[in-house]
Write a protein that binds this ligand. Sequence first.
Ligand SMILES: *Cc1c(COP(=O)(O)O)cnc(C)c1O
Length: 386
Amino acid sequence: MHIPFLDLKATYRELQSECDVAYHRVMESGWYIMGDELRHFEDEFARYCGVKHCIGVGNGLEALHLVLRAWGIGTGDEVIVPANTYIATWLAVTYAGARPVPVEPEPETYNLDSGKIAAAINQNTKAIIAVHLYGQPADMDAINSIARQYHLKVLEDAAQAQGAVYKGRHTGNLGDAAGFSFYPGKNLGAFGDAGAVTTNDDVVAAKIRSLRNYGSKIKYSNEVQGFNSRLDELQAAFLRVKLKHLDEWNRRRRSLAEIYLQKLNGENLSVPYVPEWAEPVWHQFVIRSRSRDELQRYLKDKEIETLIHYPIPPHLSGAYHDLGFKAGNFPLTELLANEVLSLPIGPHQKINMASTVIQTVNNYGKVNEPLPGTYTGTLYPDGKNI
Ligand SMILES: *Cc1c(COP(=O)(O)O)cnc(C)c1O
């Protein structure tokens, strides 16, 4: 059996009739940018996240970038970023003209280690970007409290975590502002590029509305040098359809994750650890193995697709050569880059596919020392899934 990493076409198949209605509604309207679909989607997604404002933008990178711009962050400023993240988090900072200052992750959750933030702060530091990596919320209370102490802004990179919950609150409502990506492969994905900012700050929301559209609130009156970063009507209409299914699709991902967590065994593997206050949405299900590359090849031979998120940390990528980082600067991040492997997971993956993946991974059966972060405790507060 061939097991794809993620079946995107199946998402269209399931929602085909609703998507086709949305498509015809937009095409017949004769209005394709900045119209009713966007306004409705912004209202609906703001309500979903529990925030005052949602501003649709062109993609997730722009969402993060425009928040930094709206906060007036630029040349000479520093922004704390996770060392262990997708490069887009860093690119948002350099796009704004500021300097990314990486901080190592926690060994258990792979998210920003709040205990290491203070040492990275100086008088140029203006903000912290917390990424909810793989769909698991970062420890926002700890991060927000450091930010308050040093008068810093907190930006959530929620690109992988639509619908994830931290202590009863949705991502997008856990910092001063959040950036979302609706890239097709995300939990809430468009059929093209799209993104959004959420915030409770009226002033920042107004600034981003202007920045995304040439820096103008009134047509042809440009108060600031803005950008062209808009979420078009077709994508907004598709996102409205998909938002209604987000919770159900996240539930399907959670069921698969629970099976993986129950059945994957072998001392040689580390499976994800979930703190009791987190309800992740399993954008990725990431295991670790000391023989990751061999394991990935073995799975490929058995027609099981896997991916690596991410093989090269931003500080060692060619893009950030100029910042002068070296191998060994962020040892935990570098270790993760060598050990992580994302197994197939998605709302359209069948249970029997997960079982095949589990059997194959377990059969691989290479015995190493147990890795740190190997799952041992109860997964969710209700304890019922294990
Ligand atoms: C996908 C992603 C982004 C960027 O989103 P785009 O819509 O592709 O620009 C930013 N940060 C993280 C963590 C992501 O996974």
